[in-house]
Design a protein around this ligand. Structure first.
Ligand code: COA
Length: 331
């Protein structure tokens, strides 16, 4: 038994914010941002929320899969920027799309959230508890970013991506002889390095009791530490996943990586000795959308026909926690 992704969808806010727009806010330049990160523009919410974006992405994924909303059994929303603490975003999505038969809950593994969601769904589906799941990565990071901090505000964007996964009872053999479905997962966490990328929770009562002012409510990041972590851990966990599934880099058609920085993606390709042409990217247009980056990219590659039946794909990401993971699957 394995699981297959049978539908993908995505949703982005309307508003585009370019690097030139950011030049008006902070001391930066389009040239610096493009050279250091590969980002030219990002989407920023002007009213769209984590749950409205997630619901739209889910509807598109369901439409592609051909399943009805009543058939959905599990909804997992990966987010670190929900609009409410209670109820969780997944329950808002359930209500919004009318998936009244589904169990719904959120998980937070930051930018690795979609992968962690996929792996959680895999465990549920493989054990037979549920037969299908909607997995969503959705973020409105623009509300967590300090728009006066040039070190972070240039990096992030808002958006949502979803995948509908189903338990594949019978083997589906593709024309190239590969068996469709998830082949292997690897995931890890390194809490000891957690504070290199953090954001304090808004309802801390310490300020009330101690009278201490909370210094910064926005995302705090040691960019170079995150960079070092990503360029070491991502190729290592991809290699581990390939070893576990008995594959080599040459057996992979596409590497869909978390879109945090073009230089990180290029470094991973170099470490793996893989052709950079196998690493589709959308960071130029949408920036780093945390848990949404991988499913939005997957949806684009799937709808454009870049990813074809039988292609072997590696999904890999890293994020606050610190968290990281890789999944190998045949489309
Ligand atoms: N525009 C212009 N200059 C900027 C700038 C900006 N937006 N941000 C920082 N700088 C300046 C710094 O102040 C520093 O100036 P100084 O040399 O006078 O002190 C200089 O540029 C170099 O800064 P540094 O932090 O060393 O740059 P970098 O090459 O490490 O690039 C990041 C910064 C953030 C792009 C890079 O570290 C990175 O991508 N890290 C990973 C972050 C990440 O992926 N986070 C999300 C994880 S999910």
């Amino acid at each position: 038994m394995t699981i297959r992704i049978t539908g993908t969808g995505s949703a982005l806010p309307e508003k585009i914010v370019t690097n030139f727009d950011l030049q008006e806010l902070v001391d930066t330049s389009d040239e610096w941002i493009q050279k250091r990160t590969g980002i030219a523009q990002r989407r920023v919410s002007t009213g769209e929320t984590v749950s409205t974006l997630a619901a739209k992405a889910c509807q598109k994924a369901l439409e592609m899969s051909g399943k009805t909303v009543e058939e959905v059994e599990l909804i997992l929303v990966a987010t670190c920027s929900p609009e409410l603490l209670l109820p969780c975003c997944a329950c808002q999505v359930q209500d919004s799309i009318g998936a009244s038969n589904a169990v719904a809950f959120d998980l937070n593994a930051a930018c690795a959230g979609f992968l962690f969601g996929l792996n959680t769904a895999y465990a549920y589906l493989q054990s037979g508890i549920y037969k299908n799941a909607l997995i969503v990565g959705s973020e409105v990071l623009s509300k967590l970013v300090d728009w006066n901090d040039r070190g972070t505000c240039i990096l992030f964007g808002d958006g949502a991506g979803a995948a509908f996964v189903e338990a594949a009872e019978a083997d589906i053999v593709c024309e190239n002889g590969r068996r469709a479905g998830l082949e292997c997962i690897v995931q890890g966490s390194d809490g000891a390095k957690g504070m290199v990328l953090s954001c304090v929770e808004r309802t801390l009562n310490s300020a009330f009791f101690s009278g201490n002012k909370i210094e910064n409510l926005f995302i705090q990041m040691d960019g170079q530490e995150v960079y070092k972590f990503a360029t070491k851990q991502v190729p290592a966990c991809i290699q581990q996943a390939l070893d576990k599934s008995g594959m080599t880099v040459n057996d992979v058609d596409w590497f869909l990586l978390h879109q945090a920085n073009v230089r990180i993606i290029e470094s991973v390709a170099k470490h793996l000795k893989a052709d950079i042409a196998k690493f589709p990217m959308n960071i130029h247009d949408v920036g780093n959308m945390s848990s949404a980056t991988i499913p939005v990219l997957l949806d684009a590659c799937c709808r454009s026909g870049k990813i074809k039946k039988g292609d072997r794909i590696v999904l890999s990401g890293f994020g606050a926690g610190l968290t990281y993971g890789a999944s190998v699957l045949v489309w």
